[in-house]
Design a binder for this molecule. Structure first.
Ligand code: ATP
Ligand code: MG
Length: 219
């Protein structure tokens, strides 16, 4: 079997007295979709943040493609390829369009290509008409769709979505569910942390891997 795209081994993490992980491991295969589920406080967000290099840990070894690293020494270059979408995404106080363009400009993508990619991502998220609206005027659903579009436009190798449907209901939830499903069945490697039964149901229908905080003891 080929090596996983991303792996975590021997992960230890505690907050004060609370031991969250002790020798945990995780393996993500390229092009696969995963749903990480489990009760509140089991460490889903913490694990995603560790994979994204946003959370320190006492111990843990990572590997991305063929490159190994300690959690404590997360390589800068990986940050361009591993994108984490927060449960309550922070958007800059300009327009949605500029929010999408920002990351591409930072990566040195030329203006004409930026414009084309932003246009495509806005259309994908159903936000073309809303492209000039500032984030504080968006509904919760639109804000979450804008955050998904902002992640997608970067074409990440590994995409980490934290509770994308939390606090949404009705049509807003349905629209976000459709985008999350599309991301999972496109050619990205996607991990969705969620306990939304509908995300779990859609994941099963689409033959994604559903696991209860998908980690095993590392004996
Ligand atoms: N910065 C922090 N300081 C102290 N404790 C923390 C911190 N971050 C997380 N924790 C604790 O670690 C545990 C796991 O938190 P985490 O947010 O990873 O869980 P979760 O599975 O994402 O939960 P939820 O389903 O509520 O989003 C919780 O008990 C939480 O209180
Ligand atoms: Mg969480």
């Amino acid at each position: 079997m080929s090596a996983p795209l991303f792996s975590v081994e021997g992960l230890a993490k505690r907050f004060g007295e609370r031991v969250l992980f002790d020798g945990a491991r995780l393996e993500l295969e390229a092009g696969s979709g995963y749903v990480l589920t489990g009760a509140n406080g089991t460490g889903k967000t913490t694990l995603l943040r560790i994979v994204a290099g946003l959370e320190p840990s006492e111990e843990g070894r990572l590997a991305f493609r063929a490159q190994a690293s300690l959690v404590s020494d997360y390589p800068e270059a990986w940050r361009r390829e591993v994108v984490y979408v927060h449960q309550q995404p922070y958007l800059f106080g300009t327009t949605i369009e500029k929010n999408l363009e920002y990351g591409l400009a930072r990566r040195g993508v030329p203006r004409s290509e930026r414009e084309a990619r932003v246009r495509e991502a806005l259309a994908w998220a159903g936000l073309t008409e809303r492209r000039e609206v500032p984030p504080h005027k968006l509904s919760d659903g639109e804000r979450q769709r804008a955050a998904l579009a902002r992640a997608k436009v970067l074409d990440p190798t590994l995409l980490l979505l934290d509770e994308p449907t939390a606090n949404l209901d009705g049509d807003a939830r349905k629209q976000v569910l459709e985008l999350v499903t599309a991301l999972c069945i496109e050619n990205h490697t996607v991990v969705v942390a969620s306990h939304d039964p509908e995300i779990i149901r859609l994941a099963i229908l689409n033959r994604l891997c559903v696991a209860d905080r998908r980690i095993e003891a590392d004996d």
